[in-house]
Design a protein around this ligand. Structure first.
Ligand code: ADP
Ligand code: MG
Length: 325
């Protein structure tokens, strides 16, 4: 059963185009010119119950806009969507109780209150029964290791601790759908890992359906089997993460060891030398030429060791999007 369904979903923003200079401004008083930004363009996808799907794309691709529409914060210009059977922008109370949106760059907690107070407020809003609330809070704070921070003013928490509290706030009412927009942005490596592990465990234990955006490919690689890539508002790829390598990786990385590489530069015709240290060389070679380059290398040099690696996903994504990402 699909929990999230989007069909031809589109969002066009109309923004007032400012003209330069004084006369441009005066002209603008009479003839307003608008520019249309097609932020999301005929997007179609569906997510099954319990899936944890990565939502990727360069800055400005339209990810946040899609998540906002699925949360009912924005009306689409056209198209349809259903989440748990609800049309999000109809903002049914029943729907509100069953999903959460967490944005890494925005905070929902009260800055001047301890997190616990904000949680209490959520308890009221969602009418969570006291014992259920306490048990859930206990479990979440234990999983995220912030039990001791509950009574600290939110403004005094570290960024990582604050993000953990945001996640707790989003999960207290046990939503069935979780939309995570850059939940690890700006966090230190240790907090990032902790949040990542938490997301994985939570998804496994509760079969919560999760759509996750992140700029950190480690997040995506460790959490998501399936990814949807959006580019200029359109779906560019929807499938297994592993398939991206097969479909889009233009090169492989040869890892070579040879005494002669201590002194000899490798000719550029073999490939791009990414790194050269002592007798070790990492060589970037176009996929189609890997076999012939290996052959040439063995003919020319007394190679001691060789391994062939796939290009890192990060590089492949960067290749796909060129400089935009
Ligand atoms: N409220 C808005 N008004 C006008 N343009 C917007 C608004 N929100 C987003 N956009 C534009 O829509 C496009 C998609 O933005 P966004 O969904 O935030 O991308 P992403 O989250 O993938 O970085 C961008 O070109 C952005 O500038
Ligand atoms: Mg965004």
């Amino acid at each position: 059963m699909s929990v999230i369904e989007a069909e031809n979903l589109a969002k066009i923003f109309r923004v007032y185009k400012k003209k330069a200079g004084f006369w441009g401004g005066v002209q603008g008083l009479f003839h307003r010119e608008y520019e249309e930004i097609r932020a999301v363009d005929s997007v179609r996808f569906s997510v099954a119950e319990g899936e944890l799907v990565g939502f990727l794309g360069p800055n400005g691709a339209g990810k946040t806009t899609v998540l906002k529409m699925l949360s009912g914060l924005l009306f689409p210009t056209s198209g349809k969507a259903r989440v748990l059977g609800f049309v999000p922008w109809e903002r049914a109370d029943e729907y509100r109780r069953q999903f959460s949106l967490v944005m890494g760059q925005k905070n929902q907690l009260w800055w001047d209150l301890p997190a616990r107070e904000s949680f209490e407020l959520n308890r009221e809003i969602y009418a969570i029964e006291r014992p259920v609330f306490e048990q859930k809070l206990d479990e979440l704070t234990a999983l995220l290791d912030v039990k001791e921070k509950l009574n600290v003013m939110v403004r005094e928490l570290s960024l990582g601790e604050r993000m953990k509290m945001e996640l707790i706030a989003a999960l207290l009412h046990s939503p069935r759908v979780l939309l995570l927009d850059e939940p690890t942005i700006g966090l230190d490596v240790v907090s990032q890992k902790r949040v990542r592990e938490f997301i994985r465990e939570y998804n496994r234990n509760y079969r919560v359906t999760i759509l996750l955006t992140s700029h950190y490919m480690t997040d995506i690689e460790e959490l998501c089997e399936r990814v949807i890539i959006i580019h200029r508002g359109k779906i560019f790829f929807d499938g297994k993460l592993a398939e991206i390598v097969n479909r889009f990786a233009g090169h492989k990385i040869l890892h070579l060891v040879c005494r002669e590489f201590r002194t000899a530069e490798l000719p550029a015709s073999l490939g791009e030398t990414l790194e050269r240290r002592d007798g070790m060389v990492r060589l970037k070679v176009p996929r189609a030429r890997v076999a012939s380059v290996c052959h040439d290398l063995f003919v020319r040099y007394p190679i001691e060791d060789i391994s062939i690696e796939e290009a890192p996903i990060e590089d492949i994504i960067r290749e796909i999007f060129g400089q935009e990402g």
